[in-house]
Design a binder for this molecule. Structure first.
Ligand SMILES: [Zn+2]
Length: 236
């Protein structure tokens, strides 16, 4: 109760004082409503979209046949990006996800490999968390990208099929085991979505994406899979 009350208050404060940069919280953002000029010049962009082989894809390519992957930002502890992500997830601010999606989509629409996608699929949040938070932050990010690159967002093609325990204290192998059976792809995926973009908020161990990729390939092993997140850790 305390959490939802405090996030409600934060949401209210945002309604009254909406116009501060989401990274530094000090200056007025430029037109897109996300970052101020100072932050835009110093944000830790990965530029993965211009590099088909990168630190993000390296993480998956030896094990999964993904076509491409990338994050918008590098994530480091105590950074403006970390504060922004925290607010997106816990501060009742779904608009941050949508605006970031529009922002990134502006870059992605210039790139050939994103021009013929059939669907953008956000990593589904478990119903319990969805009810508590009121939105899926990855879906908000996906919707912004979808709007910018004109590709439909489909939340019906991939579902959570069992609740995964909180993963923060698990080892990497425990996380993979915990997540590998957590997702199921619908038959519609095989019929209607051959080229998909899977979207999540943050790449940490990659276990969540791995669970999703396994579910997708089990339904259709020919699916072309692209991955995108808002941020990824430096040390992956
Ligand atoms: Zn700023």
């Amino acid at each position: 109760m305390k959490t939802s009350l405090s996030s409600g208050i934060k949401g209210l404060v945002h309604l009254i004082f909406p116009d501060l940069c989401m990274s530094c919280d000090q200056d007025t953002p430029v037109e897109d409503g996300i970052f101020c000029i100072k932050c835009l010049a110093s944000l830790p962009f990965t530029h993965h979209e211009y590099e088909p082989e990168n630190s993000f894809t390296k993480h998956f390519k030896s094990r999964f046949p993904i076509v491409s992957g990338g994050a918008l930002f590098y994530l480091s502890r105590g950074s403006g990006i970390e504060r922004m992500l925290h607010r997106l997830k816990y501060g009742n601010r779904p608009d941050i996800g949508y605006k970031l999606g529009m922002f990134y989509g502006g870059y992605l629409k210039e790139i050939e490999r994103y021009s013929n996608l059939d669907a953008i699929i956000p990593v589904p949040l478990h119903l319990k968390k969805f009810v508590k938070r009121g939105y899926n932050q990855s879906e908000q990010f996906a919707k912004g990208i979808g709007k910018a690159i004109d590709v439909p967002v489909r939340t019906d093609l991939l579902k959570r099929i069992r609740f995964t325990q909180t993963q923060t204290k698990m080892s990497r192998s425990e996380r993979i085991r915990n997540t590998s059976m957590a997702f199921g792809a619908s038959e519609q995926l095989k019929e209607k979505a051959h080229r998909i973009l899977l979207v999540d908020d943050v790449l940490t161990t990659g276990a969540t994406f791995e669970g999703c990729i396994q579910a997708v390939l089990l339904q259709n092993s020919q699916t072309e899979i692209h991955l995108i997140t808002i941020a990824m850790g430096h040390n992956l």
